[in-house]
Ligand binder design. Structure first.
Ligand code: PMP
Length: 464
């Protein structure tokens, strides 16, 4: 018996999809995620299209959870990787200085918002977004000498201890002892399911007022925190965009109280929301930005960028083996440059607005669409039970079973979409910024068709 007995295959030969899936199910952790919802075995990918081992092709609206700004295997990314490999560069260098890193930092800094660009420091972290979140928290704890953190309902920042504490998902936090002891939770302005039951601009105003008054209340229970961490558009939280005015208020409130503001742009960065960095919409200048996903061009890379006056931590304060991935730096540089050169942030804004308006127009015909929201190409379609009574904001109860069936019906139609938000009732669209008009039409057609099929069966007298 050889080590890979039964599973070796010649290069180019089709994988046995059934066998691969069966072995994965038998051997991999029950905590695996996407692999449960998408029983496909990707073997080829280009742009927005993924091909499975069974020869079926899918339009990918998940894009590695928002990582693939240029889609799969974009020529500029492949060229950068090939050039780096062919040039014989060391692929692993801890955090040593390399020409690839130098170019990456130069390119990244040129994209930074005014007010941060000229005073920025960058720290390379372990290659996941969650490690960069940990680094940002530690940086601000060191700088302020405080411990606590302010974070928001619906937030997602990652799965390591500090990031998990900052997140909102109760189910994943519940089994972890002591998690979030030092976190103050504030309401995120989610217009459709307003925490104050009023919705719209008024809900966001109340959220800002509540935040400010709580922090100033000597009996409010909040010890001065080390930082506030926020997403401009909540991604895993269901593509919930914060109003610009609310974010400006958070900036004012934190600045006046000398609370560092960390903006988590792991998912919103690199053009995704219609601006290169999502903070540009409101014009705020955060004290630190957390970056990962798209900055590595599809390869693992994570950094924090922060104002130089916070740079008081000691050598080794946040270290890690995988902070110098040469290929990721090269792929990242190529990606950042391409997004800027081709004006892909503006393209994301235009296509995203069209897609959202088309989806909004489907609400009469498809009453299970409760809410359509997002910014740029970070779009959420919240599915609800259309037969149930609406709440004070007009929102009907979420329909998680419908959403799961829509995801499966999309897959049947050759479309990969993931769910998110409360109860996983929101269909999320995260296509690459390079999506063509024809691809956008195909996504809309397949999604609308899937919702129509699922809901015509489901709401014919059956519960959601
Ligand atoms: N922050 C945000 C806003 C995210 O969306 C994610 C990942 N979805 C993370 C942090 C964590 O990144 P990673 O999965 O690479 O640890």
């Amino acid at each position: 018996m050889t080590l890979n007995d039964g599973i070796s295959r010649q290069p180019g030969a089709r994988a046995d999809a059934g066998g691969v899936l069966r072995r994965q199910r038998a051997r991999e952790s029950s905590a695996r995620t996407y692999a449960r919802s998408f029983p496909i075995v990707p073997v080829k990918a280009s742009g927005m299209t993924v091909e499975g081992a069974d020869g079926r092709r899918y339009l990918d609206c998940l894009s590695g959870a928002g990582t693939l700004a240029l889609g799969h295997n974009h020529p500029v990314v492949l060229e950068a990787i090939r050039r780096t490999v062919d040039g014989g560069a060391p692929l692993h260098v801890l955090d040593l200085a390399t020409p690839e890193k130098d170019e990456f930092v130069e390119t990244l800094f040129a994209t930074l918002p005014d007010g941060l660009r000229d005073r920025a420091r960058v720290h390379f972290c372990g290659p996941a977004g969650t490690d960069a979140v940990e680094a940002a928290l530690k940086l601000m704890q060191t700088a302020t000498g405080r411990h606590g953190l302010i974070a928001f309902t619906g937030a997602y920042h990652g799965m390591t201890a500090g990031a998990l504490a900052a997140g909102g998902n109760v189910t994943v936090k519940a089994p972890v002892p002591g998690i979030a002891a030092d976190v103050t939770r504030l309401p995120y302005p989610y217009a459709y399911r307003c925490p104050f039951g009023v919705g719209g601009e008024r809900g966001a105003e109340l959220a800002a007022t509540y935040a400010e008054r709580l922090l100033d209340d000597p009996a409010g229970g909040v010890v001065p925190p080390a930082a506030m961490i926020v997403e401009v558009v909540q991604g895993e939280g269901g593509a919930v965009p914060a109003p610009d005015g609310w974010l400006r208020e958070m900036r004012r409130v934190t600045a006046e109280r000398e609370i560092p503001l960390i903006v988590d742009e792991v998912q919103t960065g690199v053009g995704r929301t219609g601006a290169f960095w999502a903070v540009e919409h409101s014009g705020i200048v955060p004290d630190a930005i957390v970056m990962s996903k798209a900055i590595g061009g599809g390869l693992p890379l994570a950094v924090i960028v922060y104002r130089d006056d916070y740079d008081g931590w000691l050598p080794g304060a946040h270290t890690g083996t995988f902070r110098g991935n040469t290929l990721a730096m090269a792929a990242g540089t190529a990606t950042l440059r391409h997004v800027v050169r081709e004006g892909l942030a503006a393209r994301a804004a235009a296509v995203g607005a069209r897609v959202m308006s088309r989806l909004d127009g489907l609400r009469t015909e498809l009453p299970a669409i409760g809410d359509v929201r997002g910014r740029g190409l970070m779009i959420g379609v919240e599915l609800v039970d259309p037969d149930a009574a609406p709440d004070s904001c007009g929102a009907r109860p979420p329909a998680p079973r419908t959403a799961a069936e829509v995801r499966a019906a999309c897959l049947d139609r050759g479309l990969i979409v993931e769910l998110g938000g409360r109860y996983d009732a929101t269909v999320r669209l995260l296509p690459p910024l390079t999506i063509t008009d024809e691809e956008a039409e195909a996504v809309l057609d397949r999604l609308a068709d899937a919702i129509a099929e699922v809901t015509s069966a489901r709401f014919a007298g059956r519960p959601a």
